[in-house]
Design a protein around this ligand. Structure first.
Ligand code: NDP
Length: 385
């Protein structure tokens, strides 16, 4: 029986992780759950999964939750804020910490889990985008394991197995998002509701918008750089609209291994929880008789320039990746609030990167300093436009 702590249990990955656990009660139990403010869902999760600890980041919602739960469970530890997240992430009973908070907000708690030598099932890609060097070094020092949850990285992880020394190239696949066939002119006019309609995956809003700009694939290139210790030049992206091949690895002898499956996040989530074992799945099986063709095309960075920005940031250095991420979080938020057009996401991030001067990054404090700078610049760029 493995004890699971879920950071971000009320989000898309969090809910699907709990579904996996619900269907495999003999394998997993839940020891900690965290949310930002969604206490209604969290409340139901607490009643069903009976964790020891629950954390609500938002202080007012924490107070509301305390009174909501008061009559139910006196043993439950209810915490709030950053300290609460750190406590849950480093809880001694947790065998696996699922890192599923969205954005750089996931970095500190994930770092705390790594520091404690935990096995981290990592969905929060922003952790490696902003702090890949620090996190991977810390993981080696503290004997922590990082098991990828992102479907592409889970695929690569499974394909590589023990053959890391023979890998020559990583090929990340991308669905292409909802706007794969749109012209540049059409992209300038797309609406928020169109951007939120992903063709293959149902995900949280931020990652859905990132998928529509292909920034998500750019963030994944950076994530892959750190997870698999590969140079950016050895990580290629191909658009594969069927989302059947989740990614591929080319080895020095020319052999290519691919991992295939239906597009269902519960498969990589379950893999991250059961690894190194595999357990039986009851649904989500691929039916080859229903697949006619598998298509591949090169991503068009003219129409989807965010992908190019991510490659450039990776080449420039760690501080550029932090700016890329911070400015993107702000720009995506502005787009979600209907305050900017779709293509302005790119222009805000590109301009923030232009204004940035490269600097060394050795600590989390430096990361948050640069992140804060990039957010302020992105807001300034928005106001001045
Ligand atoms: P969601 O937006 O659906 O969920 C985010 C979770 O984080 C929620 O539980 C939310 O709480 C919590 N949260 C948000 N802000 C904070 C904060 N400041 N402090 C503490 N908790 C916070 O995101 P997803 O589940 O879609 O994505 C999570 C991560 O996984 C992202 O990094 C994403 O890129 C990655 N990922 C997601 C995939 C997917 O299919 N969804 C696929 C691959 C990777 P509340 O509900 O209270 O707001």
């Amino acid at each position: 029986m493995k004890n699971i702590a879920i950071l971000g249990s009320t989000g898309s990955i969090g809910l699907q992780t709990l579904e996996v656990i619900r269907n495999n009660r003999d394998e997993f139990s839940v020891c900690a759950l965290t949310a930002n403010s969604n206490i209604d869902i969290l409340y139901k999760q607490v009643l069903e999964f009976k964790p020891d600890i629950v954390v609500i980041f938002d202080y007012n919602k924490y107070k509301e939750f305390k009174s909501l739960i008061a009559s139910h469970n006196n043993d439950l530890k209810v915490l709030y804020g950053e300290d609460g997240l750190t406590y849950a992430a480093s809880y001694e009973k947790a065998d696996i910490v699922v890192s599923a908070i969205v954005g750089i907000a996931g970095l500190k708690p994930t770092y705390s889990a790594i520091e404690k030598g935990k096995t981290v099932a990592l969905a929060n890609k922003e952790t490696l985008v902003t702090a890949g060097r620090i996190i991977t070094k810390k993981a080696r020092e503290c004997s922590a394991s990082i098991i990828p949850v992102d479907s592409e990285h889970s695929a690569i992880f499974q394909c590589i197995g023990r053959d890391r020394e023979f890998v020559s190239k990583i090929i990340l696949t991308a669905s292409g998002g909802p706007f794969r066939k749109k012209t540049l002119e059409e992209l300038k006019m797309v609406s928020l509701s169109d951007a939120l309609k992903h063709p293959s995956w149902s995900m949280g809003k931020k990652v859905t918008i990132d998928s529509s700009t292909l920034m998500n694939k750019g963030l994944e290139v950076i994530e892959a750089r750190w997870l698999f210790d590969m140079a950016g030049e050895s990580i290629q992206v191909y658009v594969h609209p069927e989302s059947i091949i989740h990614s591929m690895v080319e080895f020095v002898d020319g052999a290519i291994l691919a991992q295939l499956g239906v597009p269902d996040m519960k498969i990589p989530i379950k893999h991250s929880l059961t690894y190194p074992k595999r357990t039986i799945a009851v649904d989500s099986k691929l039916d080859f008789s229903k697949i006619n063709t598998l298509n591949f095309e090169k991503p068009d960075t003219h129409r989807f320039p965010c992908l190019k920005l991510a490659y450039e940031a990776l080449k420039d250095g760690d501080s550029s990746c932090i700016v890329l991420n911070g400015a993107n979080e702000v720009a995506v938020n502005l787009f979600l609030q209907g305050k900017i057009q779709f293509m302005e996401i790119y222009s805000i991030v590109a301009k923030a990167l232009e204004k940035h001067t490269l600097s060394e990054v050795n600590t989390l404090e430096e990361i948050f300093y640069i992140d804060n700078w990039s957010r302020n610049i992105a807001m300034e760029l928005y106001k001045k436009r």
